[in-house]
Write a protein that binds this ligand. Sequence first.
Ligand SMILES: Cc1cc2nc3c(=O)[nH]c(=O)nc-3n(C[C@H](O)[C@H](O)[C@H](O)COP(=O)(O)O)c2cc1C
Ligand SMILES: Nc1ncnc2c1ncn2[C@@H]1O[C@H](COP(=O)(O)OP(=O)(O)O)[C@@H](O)[C@H]1O
Length: 310
Amino acid sequence: MKIYHHIDEFKAVENAVVTIGTFDGVHLGHRKIIARIKELADEIGGETVILTFFPHPRMILHPEDESIKLINTINEKAALLEQLGVDHLIITPFSRDFSNQTAEGYIRDVLVNKIGTKKIVIGYDHRFGKDRQGGLDDLLKLGPVYGFEVVEIPEQDINDVAVSSTRIRNALSEGKIELANTFLGYPFYITGKVVRGDQIGRQIGYPTANIVIEERYKLIPSDGIFAAKINIQGKLYKGMAYIGSRPTINGITRNIEINIFDFNQEIYNEQVTLHFYNYVRDDVKFTGLDELKVQLAQDKVDVLELLSGQ
Ligand SMILES: Cc1cc2nc3c(=O)[nH]c(=O)nc-3n(C[C@H](O)[C@H](O)[C@H](O)COP(=O)(O)O)c2cc1C
Ligand SMILES: Nc1ncnc2c1ncn2[C@@H]1O[C@H](COP(=O)(O)OP(=O)(O)O)[C@@H](O)[C@H]1O
């Protein structure tokens, strides 16, 4: 898959089959749309193109604004779309210039001249151009003029996409990992770097790799203990993950940690991916490290049981 960080980097392809959207989560509803563009591209010997917008203007104007939380970082989204076999991903910022174009200007300059659209797969509610004046009607009217076909995504499918994204975000925020994973079609994951902690973990026999996520807009599941797998340098290991502020030791920061099973390597500064499979229990304030240690032994038994066969 080729990635372009601005629409101007893209050179129009012969038979582009295009869809446009945010695709946050690249969940089962999105996968249906992607399967459709691939099918259409195969029919005409064309190439699939996804136009997505990033960053959101609010992220640029108010970097301190914590209200935007996304299921995927832009890099995770690109990796997921690549796995699905998309040919081209155009990531374009929501600039003023971009959104000030007239509907026809956008169709002619962007979709036709810059991308080379032959088929566009689009939802009934998709809006574009100045004041969001452009829509499906304009595409249907101008398709014959500029030589492209419009394939409308059924209303039900569009609604399913929106419902799924909301459900996934809510499920993750409520610790309902299994439910989120059902809508996603894959285990929810985070990507980050292993950093040093207080080194208490190894003293109690449970070293925990602390993971820091660079992207502030990444949605972090609610606090708790999870059955997880971690990808380190391309290898997958099972483990028990923790998200919380470590009330037992009066921790201040909210940490993401994992004790990795059957593992004994120093992995500070390593870039890792943590896949969440099941929710195990809530974060608890224990009377001390001894009590926590007893619970950790039980957590390990529970996690191994949950991950057996996975
Ligand atoms: C599976 C697992 C479960 C945990 N459960 C709790 C908990 O219920 N309450 C708590 O205060 N800390 C919990 N912790 C966090 C520990 O307090 C933390 O790992 C320990 O203090 C070591 O921190 P360090 O990596 O900064 O040295 C848990 C950690 C793991 C890996
Ligand atoms: N089984 C393991 N699970 C997690 N981390 C491990 C494991 N074995 C070794 N390590 C290493 O030990 C570190 C965690 O040890 P810990 O005492 O909790 O220190 P810190 O507080 O710096 O995280 C990890 O970052 C990793 O480099």
